[in-house]
Design a binder for this molecule. Sequence first.
Ligand code: NAD
Length: 264
Amino acid sequence: MASSSLKGKVAIVTGSTSGIGLAIAYAFAAEGCNVMLNGFGPADAIAKEREGMAAKHGVRVEYNGADMSKPAEIAALVAETNAKLGSVDILVNNAGIQHVAPIESFPAAKWDAIIAINLSATFHGIQAALPLMKAKKWGRIINIASTHGLVASAQKVAYVAAKHGIVGLTKVVGMECADTGVTCNAICPGWVLTPLVQMQIDARAKEQGISSEQAARNLIAEKQPQLQFTTTEQIAGLALFLASDTASNMQGTQLVSDGGWTAQ
Ligand code: NAD
């Protein structure tokens, strides 16, 4: 969806060295946004991605390796973006991790990490970036929640709690942004085949003694009548839509792309 109004805007996409975040970063770069990448990974691979994205789309692309579990590093990510690319227009809160275990054996450290990265980082990022957006009377905050922000699955206590938190946080920030030119909305994907999900597929394949392909088919069939993974590009398209003028009256709400998961 081409939207010339995004040309020259400054976008931070957290967790954009992989999966959904990387696709969103590419999508904003393709619209002419200057992009701040963030996330973990080998330095040479990240540098290659950054340079490739900048060259392909003729935009500026920077990288900041802030650990999203650390509030001071999140504030520094926003400050560095401001210094290197200009005042933040679009903040995509995407970084996330998963851990699957029943609550009795769920490691407390995993609970703390998931709440910090999947939920609290969004609070800290918005707190740092919102004043910059309000000053310009334009901004887009896009929070990557999940179907697990709307419904639960067993063995995902921290993830489901964090994602429900994101949906609630999005509503509050949306209310507080009303009439400011800034919108805050969430995207709730169902299964998207990224490293985060591949890890779960591989663990199931091993546990059940089946192939990864069969484990992937079973995983989808359990939840999604449409039997297709949502693609990273489809989620990126929804992010572009939320940043577009067409979505300027969407506030504090969610876009769901889950192959029918939550329609049941
Ligand atoms: P992914 O594992 O491919 O990417 C996660 C990204 O987050 C990577 O860039 C990683 O380096 C980064 N990251 C992890 N911990 C970090 C930290 N402490 N600080 C900074 N960056 C960190 O996963 P994905 O599937 O692309 O997930 C992206 C988001 O989408 C997550 O919030 C996830 O919960 C959400 N989501 C994914 C799916 C799915 O099916 N894949 C479904 C719904 C929601």
